[in-house]
Ligand binder design. Structure first.
Ligand code: ZN
Length: 237
């Protein structure tokens, strides 16, 4: 009985270790931080692709106006336009196209600067996300190794417990389990001298006398805590 109790306590320790592995906590914290970076990265990816599109548009805007200006310049240079009025109009248009090109180039430059900044942010976030992923993989493999070790311990203890339990009567096991659940994991304790080692109380002389008169195959219970009391060579009964 006491061996079974001891194995159950060892199994409790293994179960507690499984639940309280430091990797669980570290992974939860890391996961929360990583989620923030992942969200920021999605936003950065969107911004970069928007700005790339904007940049293409700005490039093509500049290009279109440049071509228009080149066509006008060609007409001017060709000497085909002779009327002074038409020439003046053409020169005037070329002038306004120059100003338009200059405005569009400013806009193009501004988009390029914003794109560069966005790409730098994106690269930084990608680096951080990769570092998180690496750390996460390390923690997971360390957690899995610890769990595997604890699973092996649990299996070994479980086998020992099964063969011990098979030697004890079913109703005693059932009673012990119930007591264990109610009493912080300890359902059976040795009687050492006059003391129940489950609740650490000394038993009353009248109870001890009753126990002395009880047949050795009858299961004793502590009058104080109700736990199964196991007779040992150190028991006062
Ligand atoms: Zn007791």
């Amino acid at each position: 009985m006491l061996e079974l109790q001891d194995l159950d306590l060892q199994l409790d320790v293994v179960a507690h270790k499984r639940k309280s592995l430091p990797e669980h906590q570290a992974l939860a914290e890391l996961g929360a931080e990583k989620a923030v970076v992942d969200r920021e990265l999605v936003a950065a990816d969107t911004l970069v692709s928007d700005l790339r599109r904007e940049q293409k548009k700005a490039d093509s805007d500049v290009e279109q106006v440049r071509q228009r200006k080149a066509r006008n310049q060609q007409r001017l240079d060709s000497g085909q336009v002779t009327s002074p009025k038409d020439l003046e109009n053409l020169q005037h248009e070329i002038g306004s196209l120059d100003r338009r090109i200059s405005d569009l180039e400013d806009a193009e430059l501004e988009v390029m600067e914003r794109l560069e900044a966005a790409e730098a942010t994106q690269a930084d976030l990608q680096g951080r996300a990769a570092a998180f992923a690496g750390r996460q993989a390390e923690l997971e493999s360390s957690r899995d190794a610890a769990l595997k070790d604890l699973d092996e311990q649990r299996a070994t203890l479980g086998d020992q417990r099964a063969s011990l339990a098979a030697e004890l009567p079913d109703d005693l096991i059932t009673q012990y389990q119930r007591l264990r659940e109610r009493n912080g994991g300890i359902g059976a304790a040795p009687l050492v001298g006059k003391r129940c080692m489950g609740c650490r109380m000394e038993l009353a002389p009248s109870d001890l006398n009753k126990m002395k008169a009880t047949a050795p195959d009858v299961v004793l219970r502590c009058e104080e805590c109700g736990r199964i009391l196991v007779r040992t060579p150190e028991s006062a009964v």
